[in-house]
Write a protein of this length. Structure first.
Length: 277
């Protein structure tokens, strides 16, 4: 056979070689995709734990800067004068601070930026169990206290302010799932007074049952759930969670793509209140 004929003859191995590279490419893409899922599920997906009593105590002592407050002058001027008081033969009696009276908390209170309100939903990502958590600190509302009773609670959170560790999940949440464009807020309104029985002091926490109405995606349902309260440095903290069945609020199962979710989840919150001005 001449050289020209050999050149013109088709390479019988080329189709097989091409098919082999396609198969290897598909396998490689699958391995990379599954590896990325495992990396997200076990390394990058660092979902916070469910809010608990420790989170309540921490939130009460958290310092939230006021962006409208003037800067504080931290300059320290030296003072050489001796301000040490002369010794006294009479010992100064020491007394423990009196616990706050219930009347000290009477009135209206508003949420601070140390508050958190959001959701918790169990997910299965390509066969791997994960937890989706979204939270917001952009919360408005009012708490009214009379003695040891919360007589009114109204809470509102902007749906678009709730964020998780995934922008893809957040886009699904504010769009297809919650339709924030049409239903921009989630709200809770107390319908029966909460009787705590006592004002907690120091590290003490008291529990009671809250009864009210929860509104999600424009649908309102009655709810009853346990809340825990604590006071610190003139602040009131309240911890709680509300089980939610999505269908009860006209919410389709949030599953999408490779993500499968349960038909229910939790609305969880830690609310820190300061006296309204």
């Amino acid at each position: 056979m001449s050289d020209a004929e050999q050149t013109a003859a088709p390479d019988q191995k080329s189709p097989r070689r091409f098919l082999k590279w396609i198969i290897l490419g598909v396998i490689g893409a699958f391995v990379l995709a599954f590896g990325a899922i495992l990396l997200y599920a076990f390394v990058l997906n660092d979902s916070p734990d469910e809010l608990d009593a420790d989170d309540l105590a921490d939130a009460l002592v958290a310092t939230v800067p006021d962006p409208t407050a003037p800067p504080v002058d931290t300059t320290i001027e030296s003072d050489t004068s001796d301000t040490t008081p002369p010794p006294s033969d009479t010992a100064t009696p020491t007394t423990d601070a009196a616990p706050p009276a219930a009347a000290d908390f009477d009135g209206d209170w508003v949420p601070t930026g140390a508050s958190e309100f959001g959701y918790r939903v169990e997910e299965v990502l390509a066969g791997v169990n994960t937890t989706a958590v979204g939270r917001s600190n952009q919360i408005t509302g009012l708490l009214t206290i009379e003695g040891t009773t919360a007589t009114a609670v109204d809470i509102e959170v902007q749906i678009e302010s709730i964020e998780s560790d995934s922008s893809l999940r957040d886009n699904q949440f504010t769009g297809r799932i919650m339709n924030a464009a049409e239903f921009p807020t989630a709200t809770f309104n107390l319908t029966e007074p909460i009787e705590f029985g006592a004002i907690p002091v120091g590290d003490e926490q008291v529990t009671a049952t809250a009864t009210g109405e929860l509104t999600l995606r424009g649908v309102t349902n009655p709810v009853a759930f346990e809340v825990t309260a604590q006071t610190t440095d003139g602040r009131i903290g309240v911890l709680g969670s509300i089980p939610v069945v999505f269908a009860d609020y006209g919410i389709d199962n949030p599953s999408f793509g490779q993500v499968r979710t349960e038909d229910e989840g939790l609305v969880e919150f830690v609310l820190v209140f300061e006296r309204a001005t």
